[in-house]
Design a protein around this ligand. Structure first.
Ligand code: PRP
Length: 206
């Protein structure tokens, strides 16, 4: 049995569709209920819905053999997993954004609000910019608007949240997309099944 951790939410639904198209469906998952785990014993696959930022934890510890996780989260958490495939889903970018007319502060550190402290720290340390991180857990766009920070480092998809709050992207930190990841031990012991799933997903994505 291959155990797959899917990110709960809109991206997860699309990721599951891709597994189904690839021939690894699990009809029970379509039922309208609050269950978190679904099995297809005939096909030898099971799925569970995890919080997107927890998928890497389940896979690293071997509670799931495979998982799908945004590269933004992988870059931030650096879990010990194998990255097998870029699924080309959930495509967006990690950006620095600021209020229109923003200028770098002089004589003090740049205040950066973000859900991705390691990513932000790495980005600015490569540029030798002195920063103070303000770690938040959501609605990051609020921070510069209410004076909590100068800029934000956050995900931009359509750009609508930035626009509607008077902000604009000023730098791109990285391109982001959903990645198939594997537990390092499962990869050895379930090599044939894992590579079969990977190949089918790769084929379906063409
Ligand atoms: C993400 C991200 C931005 C928004 C970007 O937030 O943090 O706020 O989506 O999308 P857009 O460019 O299409 O407007 P999410 O919905 O994950 O919620 P959050 O506030 O908890 O970060």
């Amino acid at each position: 049995m291959i155990r797959v951790a899917l990110p709960k939410g809109r991206l997860g639904e699309r990721v599951y569709d891709r597994f189904e198209q690839a021939g690894w469906g699990c009809p029970a998952i379509r039922e309208d209920n609050r269950k978190l785990i679904f099995e297809n014993p005939e096909r030898g696959i099971s799925y569970f819905w995890a919080k997107p930022s927890d998928v890497g934890v389940y896979v690293q510890h071997g509670a799931a053999d495979l998982g799908v996780c945004g590269s933004d989260i992988l870059d931030e958490q650096t879990p010990e997993v194998f990255e097998l495939l870029d699924l080309g889903l959930g495509v967006c970018r990690m950006c620095v954004a600021a209020p229109k007319g923003f200028e770098m502060p002089r004589g003090r550190a740049l205040r950066v609000a973000t859900k991705f402290p390691r990513t932000a720290r790495d980005y600015y340390s490569r540029r030798s910019v002195d920063i103070d991180i303000i770690e938040l857990h959501g609605s990051i766009e609020l921070a510069p608007v209410v004076g909590l920070s100068d800029v934000i480092v956050d995900i931009v998809e359509s750009g609508r949240t930035l626009r509607e709050n008077g902000l604009e992207p000023i730098e791109t930190v990285s391109a982001v997309s959903a990645r198939l990841i594997a537990n390092t031990v499962s990869y050895k012991f379930k090599y044939d099944s894992i590579t079969a799933v990977k190949a089918a997903l790769e084929e379906t994505g063409k």
